[in-house]
Design a protein around this ligand. Structure first.
Ligand SMILES: [Zn+2]
Ligand SMILES: [Zn+2]
Length: 136
């Protein structure tokens, strides 16, 4: 087992999970705490129950406080709605939204910036693996 973690690594909760797939543990009288929220509060102090801890890394079992962002419930719902909204007119084939930030136009065709970025990254990774690009 490695003792020193890389700075951007997720801290995976290995204890029990709740039905939603988040780490959780009991705190007496049958009440359960979300592990990531509990740990975050140990470091940052009590968060308002109105606020939600959003996983920036999208890893539900991650409990690393640096990977959390405190958002309001409405913001969280808005984020969730963005990824589940079903219409090919408003999102790309991979489900990224065609909104102001994510949409780019090229010769009358719109494309998804997220996918474009992903494709660029993958191409770079392939080149790197092939030894064409040095590792910085
Ligand atoms: Zn994480
Ligand atoms: Zn996309």
């Amino acid at each position: 087992m490695r003792m020193v973690a890389k700075t951007d690594e997720c801290w995976l909760w290995t204890g029990p999970q709740n039905l939603a797939g988040y780490g959780s543990f009991g705190v007496g009288r049958g009440s359960k705490r979300n592990a990531h929220r509990w740990l975050w509060e140990q470091i940052n102090g009590r968060a308002s129950p109105k606020l939600h801890l959003d996983h920036l890394c999208r890893n539900r079992l991650c409990v690393r406080p640096e990977h959390m962002e405190l958002v309001t419930h409405s913001e969280n719902i808005r984020r969730g709605a963005r990824s589940t909204y079903q219409s090919d007119k408003t999102q790309c084939v991979h489900g990224h939204p065609y909104d102001e930030v994510n949409t780019a136009w090229y010769r009358g065709t719109r494309y998804c910036r997220t996918c474009k970025r992903e494709a660029t990254k993958q191409r770079r990774d392939r080149l790197r693996q092939a030894g064409t690009l040095s590792n910085r």
